[in-house]
Design a protein around this ligand. Sequence first.
Ligand SMILES: *Cc1c(COP(=O)(O)O)cnc(C)c1O
Length: 325
Amino acid sequence: MLKSAHVQITPYYQALLDSLGPDHPLRRTVVPSGDCVPAPGELADPLGEEAHCPVPGLVHTYPDKVLLFATLRCAVYCRYCTRGRLVGSSDRKPSADVFRYLEMHSEIRDVLISGGDPFMLSDTDLSELFSSVRKIRHIRTVRLGSKVPAVLPSRVTPELAAILSKYRIWLQLHFIHPAELTGETTRACGTLADAGVPMVSQTVLLKGINDDAETLAELFYGLLERRVKPYYLFQCDPVFGSSGFRTPVEKGLQILRELQGRVSGLALPHYCIDAPGGGGKITLLPDSPLCRDGDEIVLKNYEGREYRYPDPEKGGPAVLESITY
Ligand SMILES: *Cc1c(COP(=O)(O)O)cnc(C)c1O
């Protein structure tokens, strides 16, 4: 089963892929290929988001922050998408129930607007959304996650940057490869940074695409040069058909070991696994001892609860062994 039946590539990103040649690994991240066979441990909703939806369009996993789906559309559909089960399906705007929930829950201080890609909305719709969220006094931080600067940089206009600046929005951008840092993307980041919009980036560690220290160091330095701070490096979530994209966790740790101390500390993101089953993000450090049970890595989240990530390549006997690297 495929994670997402939806295929869409912007003319801009298609031209980039064409200029990189037919064998460039970025192509595989957006063009379906035959390697999407289901593997053990894969799920339609690996982060257990459905179980943490108090109202449709809102995910409340952590005590003081929420994820708000502004749209289910994207400019480009990634083959490794965590939300392949949802994206591209019929669109829905955040309902009045979403804002009522935010108002009623004064413990929520941080709203992450995501989807889908919120930059698929018009400037007018975005302004309205930001204005509604900003009216809620206990909300301190508003962030927006987008891959648009990488796949549709012409969407980033001075008008859009002014709206983000007016509502004091933090941006969390999605970049996976230094080849994405084109002249047009550089211009888009410049427009945003010059308007005073703070930016961080999130990268998914992808097998054969960016799973080596040299490629990632180039990406992270390139982002810093464009005033984007690398924030998270994610272990790929075990969505259906993702096995061709997933690297062993040990490989991620090895890359971190290679980068730590050798690159600017500002260039180093947190390496993290979003715990299957809804445990939230769990950060691993280069010297984290990995606890393995057969084909699974056993993790503890911020509450001390146990979660398991399928990691078959280092599979062994089904006994709990603690490996310290
Ligand atoms: C990632 C995520 C957040 C934000 O987490 P940070 O670690 O603060 O960036 C909030 N809610 C959900 C459900 C998330 O998946």
